[in-house]
Design a protein around this ligand. Sequence first.
Ligand code: SAH
Length: 341
Amino acid sequence: MINIRDLYYEELEELLLKMGEKKFRAKQIYAWLYKGIESFDEMTDISKELINKLKDNFILNQLTLINFQKSKDGTIKYLFQLNDGHAIESVLMKYKYGYTACISNQIGCKMGCNFCASAKIGFVRNMTPGEIVGQILKVQKESGEVVSNIVFMGIGEPLDNYDNVIKAIRLINDPKGLNIGARHISLSTCGIVPKIKMLADENIQCNLCISLHSSHDNVRTDMMPINKVYNIEEVLEACKQYIAKTNRRITFEYALVDGVNDSREDAIHLSRLLKGMLCHVNLIPVNKIKGGKYEKSSTEKILAFRDTLNDRGIVATVRRELGSDISAACGQLVRDQKQSE
Ligand code: SAH
């Protein structure tokens, strides 16, 4: 059965017409969907008859709250169960400019980055557009806050679930949907080159973030097996094409690991690679994961790395660490309670 939240507005209109309903009903129904209703019966301005028809033709995918944890910095991590019983995590963070939701797009991940907890939990399946967007609706409902920024930085590799993620972004964007501007949406990828090139042609103004983590192929391959398929040179070439086509600045994410990728030489080499690119480097003190071998660089080393980049004309900032006390920080998300204990 069709999951009604997986549909574009125009698709819903078309299906309603086929059901013998008037097109304008789509407007009412869509408004309810994006208010975050959890049952068709909540649509109080729609006749019982049409509600029953909707129930016969569609399912309303439900995210069920299983657990949540609140960090001392205010970050909230939610564990949601999907219709088929699998669970994923979503995170709500408060910044000066509003609330940001960090959302998952796959149940598990295939990429195998060895510093990321989401890689250790195995891959189950892609999430649908409705499930991806549903996280934002549910987080808003549970917290009572309005989300203004979205980051595709939860569980999963968004460019490995390309079609569903693109549709989710368009649904988030749609004034009839969540109505959040593309510039408030960030998509982070481990660097799937052909998909970066495809994204450049989508005409979506979202922010592209690339998980780089090293400027040396041997070190990056050690951290991220995807580097064997698409190496640093190929990723940067795709980024240059992306910038040329979209005129949008790219963010390079760089998790600093003690003794692995945090030397002065590393910073100088990185600055040479990125010279002249419309970009920004976001430094992330690596977060410890269960059984992980990597340790965070010291604050002095992190600041020195940042300064070396800045001195060489590469804009670099250090990402605030939110939610690490509840395993809600970058790379710490898993898909069930037992795994996060
Ligand atoms: N699959 C996507 C998005 C998921 S992770 C990607 O690879 O980009 C979001 C960011 O957190 C990525 O930059 C990722 O590399 C980073 N990350 C993963 N594990 C981390 C850890 N243990 N500490 C710090 N950052 C981490």
